[in-house]
Design a protein around this ligand. Sequence first.
Ligand code: LLP
Length: 418
Amino acid sequence: MSAPLPMPSAEDGELCVEAVRLADVARRFGTPCYVYSRAALEAALDEFTTGLSGVEAQLCYAVKANSNLAVLNVLARRGAGFDIVSGGELKRALAAGGDPRKIVFSGVGKSADEMAAALSAGILCFNVESAPELERLDGVAASLGARAPVGLRVNPDVDARTHPYISTGLKKNKFGVAYRDALDIYRRAAGLPNVEVCGIGCHIGSQLLDPSPFAEALDKLLLLVDRLAACGIVLRHIDLGGGLGIAYRNGAEPSVQSYLDPLLDRLRGRALKILLEPGRRLVGKAGVLLTRVEYLKPGETRNFAIVDAAMNDLARPALYDAWHDIVPVRPREEAPRRWEIVGPICETGDFLGHERMLALLPGDLLAILSAGAYGMSMSSNYNTRPRAAEVMIDGDEAHLIRRRETAEELYALESLLP
Ligand code: LLP
């Protein structure tokens, strides 16, 4: 991805997203607030499209990474399809103008209702993750007089070498059909009247900074593709999932091209359309979480900077001990000191960053970087905290794409006993 986000303004060094000052966003929409850049989203998508030019391919953005309708719409307008994992994500993708014929449906627990909705919408493929799911899908398709397009998500037993919570392609993980069972399940699928076998897929994990496990998984899948062809089961597409990581902390990140090249080499000359399900790589760096310092609490052993964003807004640090760079929106001249950047939530795990060297005063704005993926989409209302506003910058305009929730909305679905 090109220029890091946000950029200091030429005049005074204050941080901007595209041509809009973050301080102006905070004034207009309040904090905490997620701020995304349309240009950065499009640039990230274009890296994939360019890398795949001349190849029969479909990008299916993983909606779970950031499911705001405006984000989905920006990507759909540029040709992206979607990888969904629930009936809710299906509705979102369609509401955002997504083309159902570019939607793949992943996930280990699809309900009959979700299957029916996706079949009626006419999606590209169900990534089926177990034999019982296949039977259920056949039944649902029969009841609708439809034929369900199916690819098996195979668990290739490849080590993605990433955080254990987001590693998905090992035997011990719940995902996909076991590699050694795949042929049998394909044969069963081919015999089912309401299912049309059309593809194969895998997703081995998320935030991979070394792309070699992707090629390893592909080699295993291609062995299956050839064995299936020998049994007369000819597949039309191969779905390599998502997982390409981003550099959260200074280090390098693999280029999209260096990720794609080994895959395209292996697929050259095969009549297989390639599907990819990138999430984080498309939206991660395109978003920041803007927050304001409420209080400073210097202490004997640690100095705490209490900000107005918390683990309910950005769960990644609390959940995975993930690092996000945190930078001041208006840099100060004073000497920096070491701060624990924490939120107002009543848990010691409520931190956004440990040991950050910053010069801070109460009221200062901070930008938490690379928060576009798995930020807002994993946020909660813990402590009855209304979820943050979301803003999309497009050139010199700031658009509110999700307004801040109100406390009343948070309990509007609840009722008292008579
Ligand atoms: N396809 C499937 C079937 C997936 O399960 C996922 C992510 C993706 C694609 C997209 O993966 P990506 O390109 O974004 O790595 N909450 C965690 C990440 C969980 C990823 C879950 N599956 C985090 O904040 O790091």
